[in-house]
Design a protein around this ligand. Sequence first.
Ligand code: NAD
Length: 249
Amino acid sequence: MELLKNKVAIVTGGTRGIGYAIVKMYLENGAKVAVWGSRQQTVDTALEKLHAENADWDVIGMCPSLTNYEEVAAAVAQVNQHFGRVDILVNNAGISARDPLYQYDPASFDNIMSLNVNAAFYATRAVAPLMKQQGGGVILNTSSMVSLYGQPAGVGYPTSKFAINGMTKSLARELGRDNIRVNAVAPGVTRTDMVAALPEEMVKRVSATIPLGRVGEPEEVASAFVFLASDMASYITGTVLNVDGANMT
Ligand code: NAD
């Protein structure tokens, strides 16, 4: 069943990890996708990989600077011009750092907030008027399990994800009347490149603290993004959906 047939989606940070899994699953479900990455080279590599999977998939790539509102707005306009509409925005690009407070460089805090929060606002700000004009749409944000409990070092990252939850819930209330649903997915430890690079022993130790006994796969997170973007979730807005194996660490 194609849950997103002919829907047009923008996925930021779509070149690898969770974002790439979302892009692929959206295409498998009949969507047309604009992959946004940080560099043209990584965007091209992702497009090559996707076309090798299925040459018929309707996917384009771009790399606007997400922390520059004008560039983001221009890229949204370009996607709209290319596909004729924008139904789904996935604000997924994100960075993290684990510096203790006493060594925390304020510039690093600004960087995290700038990409994880401001960029999500910029893309949302640019896309929402289009969605309103079209009669509705879906905005999805990638939060994190640390938005529930914080984390013991690297305060910028959980702060940014608490902010994302706040943006999600507030905009759900503001945009509901325009038939724009706004939700977030909060992944737990997920096997992206970063986790795959860890020693297997460490992954085992982390897995032992997770009730489901293992880390999550990017596809398991992506399927939550498919569900929330689809009409099956037509009455769900303002929700932060945990996909974390009930991890509480
Ligand atoms: P990743 O590092 O594998 O991918 C991050 C993506 O963001 C990449 O596509 C990258 O191009 C993009 N990106 C990074 N900096 C950028 C910039 N300045 N401009 C534009 N794009 C930029 O990460 P991931 O693990 O797939 O994470 C994706 C999202 O999931 C992030 O928001 C992250 O906070 C969240 N998350 C990840 C995990 C996990 O365990 N992997 C857990 C919880 C939440």
